[in-house]
Design a protein. Structure first.
Length: 106
């Protein structure tokens, strides 16, 4: 009988410790999400923006659809790509997947 009374919750102030541990657990989960998911994604986005901003006329690029082309002109949000045989098409900058700089020997 004494064991059952010892396990019973107390009516006043018995739940204060569990609230603190719950808040610590939520903080730990948020920290894990931040350092494993949010922060790397932000870093990848910044690198992609930097890559797209560095496109110059004459660079060879590969679009997201796998099309190989040369940059013939630039606008703020679009690029004019020379696909060969004087065929030119305008694409969004975000369509560029890979940039091979004009002075690279790849």
């Amino acid at each position: 009988m004494d064991l059952l009374l010892a396990m019973a919750p107390t009516p006043n102030g018995g739940g204060g410790g569990s609230m603190v541990s719950t808040l610590i657990m939520f903080g730990a989960i948020f920290a894990i999400f931040y350092f494993m998911i949010i922060r790397p994604q932000q870093k990848k986005t910044k690198e992609r923006e930097k890559l797209l901003a560095s496109v110059e006329k004459g660079d060879k690029v590969i679009t997201g659809g796998g099309m190989h082309a040369t940059v013939a002109g630039l606008d703020e949000k679009t690029v004019l790509l020379d696909l060969g045989n004087n065929v030119k098409a305008k694409f969004e900058r975000s369509a560029i997947a890979t940039i091979i700089k004009a002075n690279d020997t790849k």
